[in-house]
Ligand binder design. Structure first.
Ligand code: CP3
Length: 360
């Protein structure tokens, strides 16, 4: 089944991901729809909760478009969360006000782990409905990004039952019972691949895998317990839909030391946090993948002239774009809820104007 959507008016983001020449460096921001925007907080209050927003396609569409109404961003990202997948696996997700996510039924013993199954995708239909409605409402303005957590990052929340400073519980299982951990990761990889493919069929024009906690793993352990499963997901992804290439971005926060291996995962682009030197990253893997990143989100707490200077540093560090290499500007991690909205105006203007000047 194929749905007809309006043709794209701004394909700069997709071109950069495919390492084709662009007139300027495209940008979007991780967590661009969120609490730093007063209009988001208002819609969230109306919906009653985060899940109230995410499970209602009208609300999800509204908040996805909010940052695009304010700023000239070059991509939209589906408003949802990575934890919808374990929720659909029966773990019982909730977001208490002022706290992070919680699972009512974390995976703590062999019985719970062995009972885990990839979810019936019909229980995530609200996500696919949101994708289609957002894509229609965008009317070709900019491309829509779909996303998922990595198998390992999902496992962190599924075993811990919540966020963690040290990942003691999930790492205990990893070291004590690697067989159980591999069972979770294998199940998650199948779930994530099916989930992303369903988003692509619903209208997502690029997909991103968030491996927020891969960087918490030891060298060697990362490759076996996170990267291998992301590679398994990528190998199963639909890379084309309705005759159009669907690029895939992988982002391991703290993964800079494994850059070459991540660039060999089969992804089209690699997301980088702010600890990575873009010039060195480009020299190592720029002929193979596009790079996405990597401004420190805390730069947005500085004054507009300092934001401009730091954007210039990032763009100069990447250097002059050339055909066969691609850069998508982003933050090195999600935007803070305390960010002044005016800072984002300064950021977007700086990225577009400096990167145009660099091509002149
Ligand atoms: O980027 C976007 O604008 C799209 C939406 C999006 C959300 N979460 C919405 C959200 C995306 C891409 C995510 C991904 C996500 N969720 C990740 C990976 C990326 C990253 O930031 O590392 C992770 C680890 C999660 C899990 C999660 N969801 C946590 C830990 C929290 C609570 C902490 C926090 O920052 O609030 C959430 C809640 C959440 N997901 C919010 C939003 C806008 C805030 C909820 C609220 O409105 O109260």
């Amino acid at each position: 089944m194929s749905t007809q959507f309006a043709p794209l008016k701004n394909d700069t983001f997709l071109r950069a991901l495919m390492r084709q020449p662009t007139d300027y460096t495209p940008l979007w921001l991780m967590r661009q729809a969120g609490r730093y925007l007063p209009e988001y907080r208002a819609t969230r209050a109306q919906a009653g909760s985060f899940m109230g927003l995410a499970t209602n396609p009208d609300y999800a569409t509204e908040v996805t478009l909010q940052p695009l109404e304010r700023y000239k961003l070059d991509a939209a990202i589906l408003f949802s969360d990575i934890l919808t997948v374990p929720d659909a696996m029966g773990l019982g997700l909730s977001f208490a006000e002022g706290e992070g996510p919680r699972f009512a039924h974390p995976l703590r013993d062999e019985k719970a782990v062995m009972a885990l199954r990839a979810p019936d995708l019909s229980s995530l239909q609200y996500v696919f409905d949101a994708v289609t409605q957002i894509r229609k409402t965008l009317d070709g303005r900019v491309p829509l990004i779909g996303f998922s957590g990595s198998p390992w990052t999902l496992a962190c929340y599924m075993v811990e039952g919540r966020g963690s400073d040290d990942f003691r519980t999930v790492k205990s299982m990893l070291y004590d019972r690697p067989d159980l951990m591999h069972h979770i990761l294998k199940t998650n990889a199948a779930a994530v691949a099916a989930y992303l493919n369903a988003q692509i069929e619903a209208g997502a024009q690029a997909v991103m895998i968030f491996d927020t906690w891969g960087g918490a793993l030891a060298d060697g352990v990362y490759q076996e317990f996170s990267l291998a499963y992301m590679r398994e997901v990528i190998a199963q992804l639909k890379r084309e839909h309705d005759g159009v290439r669907i690029p895939c971005i992988v982002f391991t926060k703290g993964g800079g030391l494994w850059l070459e291996e991540i660039a060999d995962s089969g992804a089209d682009a690699v997301g980088l946090d702010w600890t990575v030197n873009l010039a060195q990253a480009r020299a190592k893997v720029g002929h193979k993948v596009a790079l996405q990143g990597n401004l420190d989100p805390n730069v947005l707490f500085a004054k507009p002239d300092q934001i401009h200077a730091q954007v210039e540093r990032v763009l100069q560090s990447y250097g002059r774009p050339e055909a066969g290499q691609g850069h998508v500007f982003n933050l090195g991690h999600g935007i803070s809820q305390f960010t002044p909205p005016e800072s984002v105006t300064a950021l977007v203007d700086a990225v577009h104007s400096i990167s145009r000047r660099m091509r002149a």
